[in-house]
Design a protein around this ligand. Structure first.
Ligand SMILES: [Zn+2]
Length: 314
């Protein structure tokens, strides 16, 4: 599935076209913007859309921190692609714009909710592509990372064989130095698949995640999204699993098998209800998001990553 489950959507009016090969690289950008309005298309004034915009704010749950603009099966447009040389946007790359500044990579450190949200975003993308859970490059601080010939930047050959996560600062034919000295080891530190497992009596974000999904599916009704795995959550898990044809007798745990079953239901639901969901987001949820975002403030950066030169020239 090329659209991530649960997250906000603001579909781009254009894409970067088809990929030239399998998706094996994840590229991290920073927006360098002083404000971010996910509902405002003019923010992407040069139509340099990424696949996903991520808001590193510890106050936001995952579903609210992630906005998807382009399906993962087609190219985004946030990289420059000079004539000749290699493909950039179309080289099997998923691109994330983080609402942050290259000179301040503090969003990538520690273990706050923002970092945990980003780890999950990477894992969700990895599960739908062939991007491995690794990084083989050094993220250098900005502005030292700026320049077409900055020492961390890959050659065309290195780029075409790279597999894993990197930054705009590593992409050939580009001079931008974002996202700066991101703590990529910290972002890659957790096994997200396993962290989504939980059971009766557990409390936390994994439980909250399943409550949200089960609510979407109609199995978790009249109960709070409180992150507590109690009888109401267990009943909803059981009902959802049985809806897949399973004969399980208990909903007391989200195991790997239960996760696959519920994810399958959710994917079907999201496909069937995509339009309704978008309308729902734009009315009841989007206003809250925008109010939250307006409270956030970022210092203007000295490098503007957002108005990238449009990459698609033909
Ligand atoms: Zn960038």
């Amino acid at each position: 599935m090329s659209w991530l489950p649960g997250v906000q959507r603001n579909p781009a009016p254009v894409t970067g076209g088809s990929f030239v090969g399998p998706v094996t690289i994840g590229v991290i950008h920073t927006t360098e913007s002083s404000t971010f309005r996910p509902d405002d298309d003019s923010y992407f004034g040069h139509q340099s859309w990424p696949h996903v915009t991520f808001i590193p704010d510890d106050r936001l749950i995952y579903d609210d921190a992630v906005w998807q603009h382009i399906g993962l099966d087609v190219a985004a447009r946030a990289l420059q692609n000079r004539s000749g040389g290699v493909e950039t946007n179309r080289e099997g790359v998923v691109q994330i714009e983080v609402v942050a500044r290259a000179a301040d990579p503090s969003w990538s450190k520690g273990n706050g909710r923002g970092v945990r949200n980003f780890r999950r975003l990477m894992a969700e993308i990895e599960a739908r592509t062939r991007i491995p859970h690794r990084c083989g490059v050094e993220f250098r601080p900005y502005p030292q990372s700026y320049g077409l010939k900055a020492r961390q930047r890959m050659s065309g050959d290195q780029w075409e064989t790279y597999r894993g996560w990197c930054g705009h600062q590593h992409v050939p034919e580009n001079d931008h130095g974002d996202p700066g000295a991101v703590d990529i080891a910290n972002l890659l530190a957790i096994d997200l698949e396993a962290s989504m497992f939980c059971r009766l009596g557990d409390e936390g974000e994994a439980v909250e995640h399943w409550q949200l999904k089960l609510r979407d599916l109609g199995y978790y009704k009249n109960a709070d999204i409180d992150g507590k795995y109690g009888p109401a959550t267990a009943a909803a898990v059981l009902a959802a699993r049985r809806a897949t044809g399973s004969t399980v007798k208990s909903g007391d745990a989200i195991t790997a098998h239960a996760k696959r079953q519920i994810d399958l239901l959710w994917t079907r639901w999201a496909t069937d209800h995509a339009k309704a969901m978008q309308a729902h987001q734009r009315t009841t949820r989007q206003n809250e998001r925008i109010q939250a975002l307006e409270r956030m403030h970022y210092e203007p950066g000295s490098e503007n990553c957002v108005p990238h030169v449009p990459a698609i020239t033909s």
